[in-house]
Write a protein that binds this ligand. Structure first.
Ligand SMILES: Nc1ncnc2c1ncn2[C@@H]1O[C@H](COP(=O)(O)OP(=O)(O)OP(=O)(O)O)[C@@H](O)[C@H]1O
Ligand SMILES: [Mg+2]
Length: 387
């Protein structure tokens, strides 16, 4: 029998037995109790897929994967892990060590599906490096999807708390006229009175901004959740007015940009044809890109920098270009941008560009980043216009 081999590495014997017994009818399974043994087996026979546990004595999963990637790059690498181990997993995904991770306890049907995919991918990889690269790219997005499901779960709660508090502050806003009146009757120095009155007057617009921001967050969480599902049918056939989106995204990014000493401006026509993408999604893309630009300006330091947005219509497409004069991106970083959770910023999630690529890609558009370290970055988004 010449079926492709799946090598399963786990220090717990019970796990190895369960894995082998439940999958032996569909695949040719080998098992190893630790990394060094696995490597010995790989020297002796041709293996298509390595599935490994992360926490193991002698050599942990991450180190094993690193060696396998180095020595047998065409072997598809998969990790089986617990949610609590998510940190090493994210590192492994960032380094391109694994194509897929599976959460414990795993479900047989899911595992069978993943292994079938992996075997196919490894066979294709042997034939063509290009096909292999594209397959892994698609898989990367699927991985992003499953991790998003976990994130969504964790983000919901704090967002609900913020929205609840906005409602409470709304009640305070209703009282603003009364409070303003009351201020006139208390003893206060002129400066305090002036600033207290000013705060009360701003309350409405601050709350408005908070509401807009939390609605956007809520949409983004929704979109993250959608990564693990097919697109909502109601979102297909939707069109956006790019100018309206640009204006909205600019106003949302303005406060952040001011903090980061970046000036945002727009050059281009006042009117553009509508594009085949939902306004929420396009807004999200622009906000991500403009935010990255402003952050790059801040990272460069020094005086005020710029984030220019330009737009034009070209051959049935609308091209939006966001150019910043920030730090720029070194080639090794540029190659990894868009990998889920790849970030160089301490507060970054590293989901921005991955999300943009996915949204623009599913809308039938293109998303490109060019950069020159020390000079700045140009992001070009091309979208098909609506008929
Ligand atoms: N305009 C830019 N200039 C310089 N570096 C950039 C730019 N855009 C993206 N990057 C680099 O790409 C990385 C990934 O960007 P991405 O937007 O995906 O994640 P992030 O900004 O780090 O986090 P977040 O999820 O909060 O957006 C950034 O950490 C940064 O190193
Ligand atoms: Mg970002």
């Amino acid at each position: 029998m010449n079926r492709p081999i799946v090598l399963y590495v786990d220090d717990e014997k019970a796990n190895r037995i369960v894995f082998e017994q439940s999958l032996a009818s569909d695949f040719q399974i080998l098992t190893a109790p630790d990394g060094p043994t696995a490597l010995q087996m790989l020297e002796q026979q041709e293996v298509a897929v390595v599935v490994t546990d992360m926490r193991m004595p002698h050599m942990n999963g991450e180190d094993l994967l690193r060696v396998v990637k180095e020595r047998w790059p065409h072997i598809i690498r998969i990790v089986v892990t617990a949610y609590s181990d998510i940190d090493p997993i994210l590192r492994a995904i960032n380094e391109g060590l694994v194509a897929r991770y599976i959460l414990k306890p795993w479900v047989r049907a899911e595992l069978v599906q993943v292994l079938r995919w992996a075997i196919e991918a490894s066979a294709l990889g042997r034939d063509s490096a290009e096909v292999h690269r594209r397959l892994l790219e698609t898989e990367r997005l699927a991985t992003l999807g499953s991790i998003s499901a976990l994130l969504v779960h964790d983000l919901r709660q704090p967002l609900a708390a913020i929205i609840g508090n906005i409602e409470l502050l709304d009640a305070l806003k209703e009282l603003a006229p009364t409070l303003r009146e009351a201020l006139r009757h208390v003893e206060l120095d002129a400066r305090t009175r002036k600033s207290a009155t000013a705060r009360l007057d701003e309350l409405g617009s601050i709350l408005g901004d908070m509401r807009t921001a939390s609605e956007l967050l809520s949409t983004m969480i929704g979109n993250l959740r959608d990564l693990s599902r097919p697109r909502d049918a109601s979102e297909t056939g939707v069109v956006a007015d790019p100018m309206q989106v640009v204006r909205h995204a600019m106003s949302v990014c303005q406060p952040l940009a001011i903090n980061l000493h970046a000036q945002i401006d727009y050059h281009g026509p006042r009117q553009l044809p509508r594009v085949r993408m939902s306004p929420t999604e396009l807004t999200q893309v622009l906000i991500n890109v403009v935010t990255n630009g402003a952050q790059a300006v801040a990272a460069r330091g020094g005086e005020q920098g710029h984030v220019h947005i330009a737009a034009r219509e070209t051959g049935g497409m609308v091209e939006l270009q966001v150019r910043d004069d920030g730090v720029g991106i070194p080639p090794d970083v540029l190659a990894r941008i868009g990998t889920p959770f790849f970030t160089t910023r301490s507060e970054g999630t590293g989901l921005g560009v991955a999300q943009c690529q996915r949204l623009v890609g599913t809308a039938g558009g293109r998303f490109r980043i060019e950069s020159e370290p020390g000079k700045g970055t140009i992001v070009t988004i091309t979208l098909p216009t609506a008929a």
